[in-house]
Design a protein around this ligand. Structure first.
Ligand code: PMP
Length: 445
């Protein structure tokens, strides 16, 4: 396996400097919140797959739903003049049960990057239909992450995800994120920082010309950029600015949705109704590649209102509304509700956050701990606390390596350790994660 992995499987993100082992860990089995590698070493997965296996690796009702759907109707497209019953049932569940907040329709995709691509395209189309075809630009947050397709990469805040592909889509501009630990304003008060970031957004809109901007896209809590929860005033402020200038607000809920933040969506924490929502990841618990864009009522009305078909989408995806993915998603929604995983995510998330804050008291390597909204936490490592000098990748990898030996799989992203375990995780396993990070920090100091 190792030899074939090294020879035949290109893993661009598994650079030796970021790997727990070289070649990388080969996972062969997973049950509950635990994974086992090819050497039989078992660990608690503090990554939750890739923040998608919210219900754990052995969620029987979802597996059963997939098996039953494969038996009954393994595939039928929702492309031209056909649809399938599983996709139809899922659309009303998503609308009436998961996101009743003014969402009218869903457009199915095969994952998060697709969902972002579709939402940003729809934003331009919406303005065009309304005679505002000059609205073609996109705004997003520095530190935001929106996937790998060309539009998503163009709005990614982190330049590392953009520069190697440039020139990307012209007309994409990035504004400061409300990242309290590091920001261009040197502001540590979250509320004041939110106001400064909102002012910067408004300045950028005026500078670009509001009549040229199609949409603003943001994660309600920034994920891959290092788990950055904004102050509660930030997203409502963004909503107000978007309304003022006729700009669509796209919430990238790919990470936040389905209970991860302790609620069904991240936007709901902030009491905000976006115009579109991108969802994927936990929608099928990681068991099937699937995603969707939830489309608000005003948009649906503009696209479909007079029945002329002017809003029809020029092209579609073969796998849009795949019945097996839809069946998995339906089962996931039922299980998320039945097991009340949102509540567990909130309680265990608090335990994890508090445990990490305690670690910070003992370990100089920790510069910042972020969390407080469900099971999304990050530990930012520094080589000098006073100067906030980011720790190098080698240090973060050394922490993860030692934690892995101690029985916990961590995810390293730059100088951050990002924690996003399955939402069904129990108290003892959260304690295990905290203690293994402690072991890792001691080993790396
Ligand atoms: N948006 C966000 C917020 C994400 O975190 C990700 C993936 N981590 C994506 C979009 C892209 O999703 P996918 O990997 O399923 O294409």
């Amino acid at each position: 396996l190792r030899e074939n992995n090294a020879k035949h499987f290109w893993q661009p993100m598994a650079h030796p400097a970021e790997s727990l082992a070289n070649p990388p860990v080969i996972v062969t089995e997973a049950q509950g919140v635990r994974i086992r590698d090819v050497d039989g070493h078992e660990t608690v997965d503090a990554v939750g797959g890739l923040w998608n296996v919210n219900l754990g690796f052995s969620c029987k009702p979802v597996k059963d739903a997939i098996a039953a759907q494969l038996e009954r109707l393994p595939f039928y497209s929702t492309f031209r003049g056909t649809t399938n019953d599983a996709a139809v049932e899922l659309s009303w569940m998503l609308r009436d049960f998961f996101a009743p907040d003014g969402m009218a329709r869903c457009f199915y995709t095969s994952g998060g990057s697709d969902s972002v691509e579709v939402a940003l395209r729809l934003a331009r189309q919406y303005h065009k239909i309304r005679g505002e075809g000059g609205r073609t630009k996109y705004l997003s947050l520095k530190k935001g992450y929106h996937g790998t397709h060309t539009l998503g990469a163009s709005v990614n805040g982190n330049a590392n995800f953009r520069t190697q592909y440039e020139p990307l889509m012209p007309g994409c501009f990035h504004v400061p994120a409300p990242y309290t630990y590091r920001n261009p304003f040197d502001e540590s008060n979250p509320e004041k920082l939110a106001q400064l970031c909102l002012a910067a957004l408004e300045d950028e809109i005026r500078f670009q010309g509001a009549e040229t901007i199609a949409a603003f896209i943001m994660e309600p809590i920034l994920g891959a950029g290092g788990v950055i929860p904004p102050h509660e005033s930030f997203m409502p402020g963004v909503r107000a600015i978007c309304d003022k200038y006729g700009i669509l607000l796209v919430a990238d809920e790919v990470v936040c949705a389905f209970g991860r933040t302790g609620d069904w969506t991240g936007s709901r924490h902030w009491g905000v109704k976006p115009d579109m929502m991108c969802i994927a990841k936990a929608i099928t618990n990681g068991y099937f590649p699937f995603g969707a864009v939830m489309i608000g009522e005003a948009l649906a009305e503009a696209f479909e209102g007079d029945g002329s078909g002017k809003g029809s989408i020029g092209s579609g995806y073969t796998y849009s509304g795949h019945p097996v993915g839809a069946a998995a998603a339906i089962a996931c929604l039922h299980e998320t509700e039945r097991l009340q995983v949102k509540d567990n995510a909130a309680a265990r998330g608090m335990q994890l956050h508090e445990g990490l804050l305690k670690l910070k008291e003992r370990h100089e390597l920790i510069g910042d701990v972020r969390g407080g909204h469900g099971l999304m936490c990050a530990v930012e490592l520094v080589s000098d606390r006073e100067a906030k000098t980011p720790a190098d990748k080698k240090t973060a990898t050394a922490v993860a390596k030692a934690a892995y030996e101690d029985g916990v799989m961590l995810r390293v992203s730059g100088n951050n350790i990002i924690l996003s375990p399955s939402l069904i995780i129990e108290e003892a396993d959260i304690d295990k994660i905290i203690s293994a990070i402690g072991t890792g920090l001691s080993a790396a100091s």
